[in-house]
Structure formats: C-alpha cells, structure tokens
Design a protein. Structure first.
Length: 148
C-alpha cells in the first residue's frame, strides 16, 4: 500500500512539473524601415547584430538583407529572430557596390543605426546606443538615413 501511495505521489509530481515549463517564445520578424533617402538610386544594405563584437562590421553580422530603394525608402526584414538584444546598421548603397563608400573616412553614402543612434565623434555609435530588445511578437523600427 505504501508503494502505491509513493508511486501515486511521484506520478502527480512528474505531471505537475511537466506543466510548469512554458514553451519557448516563437521567433519574431524584425522589420527596419529606412526613411529620408536622398534619391531612389541603388539599394539599402542592412545588418543585424546580436552583440557588440564587431558592430557595425557587416561581415560579422548575425544576418543581412539587401533591398531596392522605392519612394526614397527601403524596408529590410529579418525573420526567425529569437528573443534577445540586437542592433541594426544600414546604409544607402547608391551605386549598388555593397560597400559604404567613403572619402578620407567620411561616408559618401547615407547611413543609419537602430534607435537612430547618432555616430560618435570619430565613428559609429556603440552597440548599446543602438540596441533594442525583442521579447515576443514582431518588431518594427523606423530609422532616418544620415548623409554627411
């Protein structure tokens, strides 16, 4: 009899524990709308980062997207984004060479960062300045392109 009670108690405990674990949140879609482009030439190159390591070097991005410019806007989408902290760097690639063209280190094409983070005195913002959190559900952010 005692064994039956123990087995019953164990079964109840296991069933109760099974219900505690919530399923992980579904992946999100992060949409970045770039506005304020100076023309409809070329494309917008976007890069999604999950840490400050190598931010904003697109070669080390978690994901990338390249979209055509239309009506002086570009909309990049990143599907399957897990909950976490991210930042986005993007530029208006007017000549479609997939490179942010510069002259003496000064960008000759438009650029932007999530949260409209301004560049630092001598370069891009820190990851923390551009960072945003994805918790659950889809996330859309609008950024304004900057030209020097």
């Amino acid at each position: 009899m005692r064994e039956r009670v123990l087995l019953f108690a164990l079964a109840i405990t296991l069933l109760a524990d099974a219900g505690i674990a919530a399923p992980p949140p579904a992946p999100s879609v992060v949409t970045v709308v770039a506005t304020g482009l100076r023309n409809d030439k070329g494309q917008v190159v976007c890069a999604l980062f999950a840490s400050d390591k190598h931010f904003p070097d697109g070669e080390h991005a978690l994901r990338g997207d390249i979209v055509k410019v239309a009506s002086r806007r570009g909309t990049c989408r990143f599907a399957g984004v897990a909950p976490g902290t991210y930042a986005v760097a993007l530029f208006h690639d007017e000549n479609s060479d997939k490179v942010l063209n510069t002259f003496l280190g000064i960008p000759r094409e438009g650029f932007a960062f999530s949260r409209n983070a301004p560049p630092s005195t001598f370069g891009p913002p820190k990851f923390a300045a551009a960072a945003f959190r994805v918790v659950k559900g889809d996330y859309t952010l609008t950024v304004s392109m900057r030209y020097m």
